[in-house]
Design a protein around this ligand. Structure first.
Ligand SMILES: [Zn+2]
Length: 479
């Protein structure tokens, strides 16, 4: 009924792009896209391309279906050129498209939570509409009080903090998983210098988890803390005379707002691209051994493993073959994931050997992961979903001829969150962080875009277990 061909092609193009994002997200994660994750689809294109191309065998039906429907629409638009047209029909189409953004604006976001059994088109129109409107929304002012930092003598000269990638503790032998995939860490259990606990990450997303962790953020919507860097770990370390390092196997884009202004030495993926390809994350040891250390050092090592595709890590650790299973994505993914954990255990062993060589005394090595991973639970994969499995991470510390206070802390905790761990790391520098907005029973898992009205999931430590409460959205149900 619409006369203008240009208008029709523009509408078809918009729907096609939105549906491409939706269908690929759905096929990969097993759930429709959330309005908060849409920006990522356009920003993290390289990463999505890499994961997508490695999964051609399972994603091709989606691409074929999209190509066929696009061909159908284009043919239809061309063939209906001579049909009868109704004047101002384009206005009706625009009005129909405006319904969802208007609803999002008027009724709020609860209406826009994804519905896994509705049609993709329904979810797409809603998610994209909410995304368009959401960006305009100003953050609620929570009147949080500023943190108080008190300084004393540093406790440990060298703090090596390792931020893992996508490591879930429930798939590690160390935490009771059925496969012998962490023999090195398993052996450390009886070492007095080693302590471990179950961890809960601060977010379900890499970039957000890094921002929250390094700024020791806790309360939902406290973006002023992140902007001000008042409790930033690099800042506190530098204040206490530490030389600060960030050695990462990932791209620079992830370090937005983590306090790079307080880092003395950086090394990113692009600096060591060739050797990362050849040696995997063991390439980081070359960067580490090549450093000139100060009297006191805070060294952050940021890993790329065991990020997807998990099978890619096999080539750096070929001693064990992944069992190939047929026609079960879930089983295959589980096998590859468990194997990637074996590679991780091997990497940890090499890492501790390396650190003992370069910093043989007064050194604490601390590990956690940015977030965990869904490996087929309820048919879901990847991270970004607000679920307890996604925030399940390991936390451990290893003391090399030094103070054991962090070990004692970890041993005393059945559960240690990113927030708890960040505060303890600051203590090693001799910096005590006091957050006047803290509720001693509540902690939070944050959603993906901190500067919007994102979702967060409150949780409580109950009898050594994490009890997750209902997900809330900032400015909607939160006070
Ligand atoms: Zn990550």
């Amino acid at each position: 009924m619409v006369k203008s061909r240009k208008f029709l092609f523009a509408i078809v193009a918009l729907v096609t792009i939105a549906q491409a994002v939706q269908l690929n997200h759905w096929a990969y994660f097993g759930a429709p896209i959330n309005s908060q994750d849409i920006t990522k689809a356009f920003v993290e294109f390289d990463e999505i391309f890499e994961t997508g191309t490695s999964l051609v065998s399972s994603l091709w039906p989606v691409w074929l279906a999209q190509a066929l429907s696009l061909a159908f629409f284009v043919t239809a638009v061309l063939y209906t050129k001579k049909c009868r047209h109704t004047p101002f029909m384009w206005g009706v189409v625009l009005l129909a498209l405006a319904v969802n953004p208007m609803l999002s604006y008027l009724k709020g976001h609860q209406l826009f939570h994804t519905k896994p059994i509705s049609s993709t088109l329904h979810n797409t129109l809603r998610a994209f509409s909410d995304w368009l409107v959401n960006k305009q929304v100003k953050l609620h002012d929570f009147h949080y009080k500023p943190y108080v930092i008190t300084y004393s003598q540093p406790k440990v000269k060298n703090v090596v903090f390792i931020m893992g990638e996508s490591v879930s503790s429930r798939y590690m032998q160390l935490y009771g998983y059925g496969e012998p995939n962490t023999p090195f860490l398993e052996k450390l259990k009886s070492d007095v210098n080693f302590a471990y606990a179950k961890g809960i990450s601060s977010s379900v997303d890499t970039l957000t988890a890094l921002q929250l962790f390094f700024n020791n953020a806790h309360n939902p919507g406290f973006t002023d803390l992140i902007n001000s860097k008042a409790a930033n770990l690099f800042r506190l370390a530098r204040h206490q005379g530490y030389k600060t390092f960030l050695i990462s196997a990932q791209g620079e884009g992830l370090f937005h707002e983590i306090g790079t202004q307080f880092i003395d030495i950086y090394s990113f993926k692009k600096d060591i691209l060739k050797s990362l390809k050849e040696k995997g994350d063991e390439a980081l040891f070359d960067v580490l051994t090549g450093q000139e250390f100060g009297d006191k050092n805070f060294i952050v090592i940021h890993l790329r493993h065991i990020h997807e595709p998990y099978g890619n890590w096999e080539k750096y650790f070929p001693h064990m073959q992944t069992k190939k299973s047929i026609n079960s994505r879930k089983q295959q993914t589980k096998n590859e994931y468990s194997h990637a954990i074996s590679y991780h255990d091997h990497w940890v062993k090499e890492c501790i050997t390396c650190i003992k060589k370069i910093l043989p005394s007064d050194t604490v090595v601390v590990f956690t992961s940015d977030h965990g991973q869904l490996v087929g639970e309820d048919g879901l994969f990847g991270h970004n979903l607000m679920r307890s499995e996604v925030v399940d991470v390991p936390v451990w510390a290893y003391a090399i001829n030094t103070d054991h206070s962090l070990n004692h802390y970890i041993k005393s905790q059945k559960i240690c969150s990113h927030y708890d761990l960040g505060k303890q790391i600051a203590k090693l520098f001799g910096a005590e962080i006091t957050n006047p907005n803290e509720d001693s029973t509540l902690q939070f898992v944050h959603g993906t875009e901190l500067h919007t009205n994102y979702e967060y999931m409150p949780w409580k430590k109950t009898n050594g277990r994490a009890e997750f409460l209902k997900t809330e959205k900032i400015g909607v149900t939160a006070k």
